[in-house]
Design a protein around this ligand. Structure first.
Ligand SMILES: Cc1cc2nc3c(=O)[nH]c(=O)nc-3n(C[C@H](O)[C@H](O)[C@H](O)COP(=O)(O)OP(=O)(O)OC[C@H]3O[C@@H](n4cnc5c(N)ncnc54)[C@H](O)[C@@H]3O)c2cc1C
Length: 78
């Protein structure tokens, strides 16, 4: 970090003093769409809601896993 910041300061002045802060905030959807057991959106035929926006995941892997789960359901039931 020390040497990296020294190097960075050579390229962009103004980073030789200060306090480093790291922040990770969670901003996933605070709502969850109501869906049926097969993953379809309640009240809508052939509309499958998956992933973060629908409130069923909170990251890359859980979104992908939720998508695979619902896709498998669609394939198995078609
Ligand atoms: C800056 C940042 C950093 C992140 N870092 C991480 C991390 O390190 N690890 C982690 O696990 N997660 C991370 N995430 C969260 C992760 O990216 C999301 O949880 C994940 O991508 C959600 O996947 P999704 O398929 O549900 O939605 P999205 O990836 O948002 O996909 C939605 C898709 O729908 C499309 N779309 C939207 N509206 C329409 C429309 N009307 N018609 C057609 N298409 C439409 C969009 O273009 C988009 O392609 C990060 C997110 C951000 C913003």
């Amino acid at each position: 970090m020390k040497s990296g910041l020294k190097d960075f300061n050579r390229k962009m002045r103004g980073f030789d003093t200060g306090t480093i802060m790291g922040l990770e905030s969670k901003t996933s959807a605070p709502i969850q769409v109501i869906r049926e057991a097969d993953g379809s959106c309640a009240g809508f035929k052939n509309l499958f809601v998956i992933g973060e926006g629908s409130g069923y995941a909170g990251g890359i892997i859980s979104s992908a896993a939720d998508g695979v789960k619902v896709a498998m359901n669609i394939i198995e039931n078609s």
